[in-house]
Design a protein around this ligand. Structure first.
Ligand code: NDP
Length: 280
């Protein structure tokens, strides 16, 4: 387990999802985006995370096509995630949003489709649409993002299929232990967004000390901590050297004591919006 970049976790429906992937939030359409995606795939990444709201699905699709060709692998070896945006939450509108994402990405199906945010009163119909897509075999797995325990419990009152994944903000300043253990107990794979806290952890003295002692970078220490906690992680970078280095976390192990020290940095501090208090 956890010994190479293409290692997978098995979702509760049996689908295998890589533990490690590339995020592309805030990367605009263009050569930089396409190169980043292609570079990641060429260097062994097998998972790419995008969303309709990022406005970059077409470029991600072009990067995927280039990457698959350069790596000499087929589409089935790659795990692609996108997310339905808040404005499209509804039965018909979510079905249409899925088609729009597929068209932009140039793909016939997604490996994972997520409800991006738990908009009050809208998640039930959107989830029904995701269940339809799943039951019709149009998507390999479905899940949620930014869901707190109470959002999942509300969803489960109407759901016939349990979400396979919950993708939430997670890093050493926001460890969400209760949510993580709830997801683990319920067979919902926990996935970290902004695992590097969007760059705000690189000066942390403890992480720097650990980086020096393991002869790794701060980013590598954090990403390894994700994996050892059973958390899927999708750091974003557009720089080739960082894309390669970030994924070089399968050849060392943090001690239990150091894992606990990193978790001890928690301050319940978010860089992104609070799922219990957002207005978009
Ligand atoms: P991350 O925590 O992944 O941090 C990305 C930032 O860190 C970028 O500025 C990047 O810069 C920099 N960086 C990456 N690697 C290194 C390194 N080794 N050394 C120094 N700097 C580094 O932030 P994101 O918010 O992008 O989160 C990751 C992904 O999660 C997103 O891209 C997106 O796919 C997903 N996400 C999902 C959300 C949701 O609501 N579901 C919300 C937010 C993100 P550079 O590119 O210049 O290297």
């Amino acid at each position: 387990m956890l010994n190479e970049l293409q290692t997978t976790t098995t979702l509760h429906n049996g689908v295998k999802m890589p533990w490690f992937g590339l995020g592309v939030f805030k990367v605009e359409e263009g050569a930089e985006l396409e190169n980043a995606v292609a570079t990641a795939i060429k260097n062994g990444y097998r998972s790419i995370d995008t969303a309709a709201i990022y406005g970059n699905e077409a470029g991600v699709g072009r990067g995927i096509a280039q990457g698959l060709q350069q790596a000499g692998i087929g589409r089935e070896e790659l795990f692609v995630t996108s997310k339905v945006w808040n404005a499209d939450l509804g039965y018909e509108s979510t079905l249409a949003a899925y088609e729009a994402s597929l068209n932009k990405l140039g793909l016939k199906e997604l490996d994972l489709y997520l409800i991006h945010w738990p908009v009050e009163g809208k998640i039930e119909e959107a989830w029904r649409a995701l269940e339809t897509l799943y039951k019709e075999g149009r998507v390999r797995a479905i899940g949620v993002s930014n869901f707190q325990i109470h959002h999942i419990e509300k969803l489960m009152k109407v759901a016939t299929i349990k979400p396979m994944v919950n993708q939430v903000e997670y890093h050493p300043r926001l460890t969400q232990e209760e949510l993580r253990s709830y997801c683990a107990q319920n067979g919902i794979q926990f996935e970290a967004w902004s695992p590097l806290m969007q760059g705000q952890l690189f000066d942390n003295p403890l992480l720097k000390e650990l980086a020096a002692s393991y002869n790794k970078s701060v980013a590598q220490i954090i990403l390894r901590w994700d994996l050892q906690n059973g958390v899927v992680t999708i750091p974003k970078s557009t720089k080739e050297d960082r894309i390669i280095a970030n994924a070089d976390v399968f050849n060392f192990e943090l001690s239990e004591e150091d894992m606990a020290r990193i978790s001890g940095l928690n301050e319940n501090l978010r860089v992104g919006p609070d799922p219990d208090n957002f207005d978009f």
